[in-house]
Design a protein around this ligand. Structure first.
Ligand SMILES: Nc1ncnc2c1ncn2[C@@H]1O[C@H](COP(=O)(O)OP(=O)(O)OP(=O)(O)O)[C@@H](O)[C@H]1O
Length: 246
């Protein structure tokens, strides 16, 4: 496997008017690892991922996937599976129908739909309308959508949000097995306890980078807790107040 980074942020700054959401952010995501992008509400996680995926333009600096801007990467939608709020579900569709629409858009056989439904544990609910799905079921469907094209990289914005303890355990096991298959996973989260047991590498963001590296170096001792180290790195303030103006 190549050791070139799967993802690279280089001095990325993103401003919205007078709000500097992300400032001079630089880090790399190593291939075949699960990396957690951690930060409290408003820390800039979603903004960073949106720039990475070509959904927002950087003010300065860059974010690249496999050495290219997302929009310049050949077969980007096949190589990178994405789960992010706001990508939208089709009104009235069942889970299966939703996945079939995505499969058809990506030029994939419908057999992939059954495979990903099985993988995320949604087979029995596949013919129910997504509208009636619980938050946890929607998270599973979002991951199924991301997995459709059998991507080498997954970018998941807050995949643990709204999951119950069974769902969290399922997510952890699934993400670990995806990494064992050689895939790279970048997920964002503010749920530190959940992430602590899932990720190999950690990026702590509070508008600026506070830490990037192995989880084992951030919490080297068995009794260390990620939450304590997190607050050491970001302080106890509220990010919205601290960083509202550039
Ligand atoms: N489209 C936008 N227009 C103006 N400000 C924005 C926009 N998107 C994000 N922001 C601001 O940028 C900052 C970072 O927001 P972002 O959504 O990236 O944080 P986050 O870490 O993903 O937070 P959360 O965990 O709450 O989703 C916040 O101050 C937010 O209000």
């Amino acid at each position: 496997m190549s050791s070139a980074p799967a993802i690279e942020f280089q001095s990325l700054t993103k401003e919205f008017g007078t709000v500097r959401a992300v400032e001079e952010l630089s880090f790399q995501v190593r291939p075949g690892r699960v990396t957690g992008l951690l930060g409290r509400n408003g820390a800039g996680k979603t903004t960073s991922l949106r720039v990475l995926l070509g959904l927002a333009r950087p003010t300065s600096g860059s974010a690249t996937v496999f050495g290219h801007r997302y929009q310049d990467l050949p077969r980007a939608a096949h190589r990178i599976g994405v789960s992010m709020d706001g990508l939208g579900w089709t009104p009235g569709a069942t889970g299966r129908r939703e996945l079939r629409i995505w499969a058809s858009t990506l030029g994939l056989p419908t057999s992939r739909v059954d495979q990903v439904l099985e993988r995320v544990g949604l087979t029995d609910s596949a013919d129910r309308r997504v509208k009636g799905y619980s938050t946890g079921m929607r998270q599973r469907l979002a991951l199924a959508t991301a997995l459709l094209a059998d991507p080498e990289l997954l970018v998941l914005d807050e995949p643990a949000n709204g999951l119950d303890p069974d769902g969290i355990r399922w997510l952890r096991t699934t993400l670990r097995s995806l990494a064992e298959e050689g895939r790279t996973v970048l997920l964002s989260s503010h749920l530190l306890a959940e992430v602590e047991q899932t990720v190999d590498d950690v990026v702590v963001l509070e508008r600026t980078l506070r830490y990037a590296g192995p989880l084992s170096e951030l919490i080297p001792r068995q009794n260390d807790r990620l939450e304590d180290r997190f607050f050491d790195l970001v302080g106890a303030g509220t990010v919205g107040k601290e960083q509202s103006h550039a």
